[in-house]
Design a protein around this ligand. Structure first.
Ligand SMILES: Nc1ncnc2c1ncn2[C@@H]1O[C@H](COP(=O)(O)OP(=O)(O)OP(=O)(O)O)[C@@H](O)[C@H]1O
Ligand SMILES: [Mg+2]
Length: 261
């Protein structure tokens, strides 16, 4: 954490952040990760989520938000630092292992199989435990009634918002303890964005710990318990969603959309 940022009243120093992370369900400590040799996109990134928390990650385009989520889900190689789940080290485990351990991930794009029906997409989500399909389908259909009613419809014929519900539903099929969502409201109409935020909160209220990346910073900070502002692969600010939302420096530097709201 640089001196520059430590003047803000919402900044926790790294030591305080580490202390607060004690006993968290998921934590990422001092992550360095990237795609190309010699080029780090994450540069010492810390993050934690306590059991039942809804954590938001916001920040400018290219800050490394998707890279952070992908590194938690074994899709980007972590070069140094560690990720733990319930105290167990899961750094660089592959996605299928992480799914079996209770992590669900909804990527930013291409997150449904368009040629498959809603029901088939949800089946794919639980192919590791097919016997639990009905029980989990019923759970998902309760959260997203439209998915149950239209189960035989091909996902490719759905609206963007409906497809997002399918993608979230699919990730929920394995009964994850942690759900990672990458920009679930991106590209949706305002009404569908409202729906996505409402559903995300509802999912969290069923006990699922949620870590959500969002371009819609204002809405994200409104619903999350705690937020991170990511900049250039580091956490620049972290505090409660409410504190971040009202911090003038955060608004000025990172949340142009908030300042206009
Ligand atoms: N597959 C890849 N190979 C090489 N570089 C990549 C790859 N994916 C992302 N990057 C680079 O990593 C950096 C961070 O990208 P990332 O997608 O994590 O940002 P982001 O914060 O999610 O941005 P956005 O708000 O646009 O989704 C960018 O400079 C990007 O060009
Ligand atoms: Mg992204």
């Amino acid at each position: 954490m640089s001196d520059e940022t430590s003047s803000s009243n919402v900044v926790e120093g790294r030591d305080a952040h580490l202390a607060a992370a004690e006993g968290a369900l998921v934590r990422a400590d001092d992550l360095t990760a990237g795609y190309l040799p010699g080029v780090n996109i994450l540069n010492g990134c810390d993050l934690y989520a306590k059991q039942g928390e809804l954590v938001g990650i916001i920040g400018p385009n290219g800050a490394g938000k998707s890279t952070l989520l992908k590194s938690l889900f074994g899709l980007v190689n972590i070069r140094s630092g560690d990720v733990t789940l319930g105290g167990e080290k899961i750094t660089n485990l592959k996605a299928d292992k992480l799914v079996a351990k209770g992590i669900g991930f909804v990527p930013q794009t291409n997150n449904v199989f368009g040629t498959l029906t809603i029901e088939e997409n949800l089946e794919v989500g639980i192919f590791l435990r097919p016997k639990r399909f009905k029980e989990r389908f019923d759970f998902v259909a309760e959260l997203f009634p439209a998915l149950g009613q239209r189960r035989k419809q091909r996902a490719g014929s759905l609206s963007g918002g409906e497809r997002q519900m399918v993608a979230m539903g699919r990730a929920l099929m394995m009964e994850p303890s942690v759900l990672l969502l990458d920009e679930p409201s991106a590209g949706l109409s305002p009404a569908m964005q409202d729906e996505v935020f409402f559903r995300t909160k509802q999912i969290n209220e069923t006990g699922v710990t949620v870590i959500m990346v969002e371009q819609n910073a204002r809405r994200c900070l409104q619903i999350c318990d705690r937020g991170y502002v990511l900049d250039q692969g580091r956490n620049a600010y972290t505090a409660s969603g409410r504190d971040l939302m009202h911090d003038p420096k955060v608004i000025e530097l990172y949340l142009g959309t908030l300042a206009r709201a």
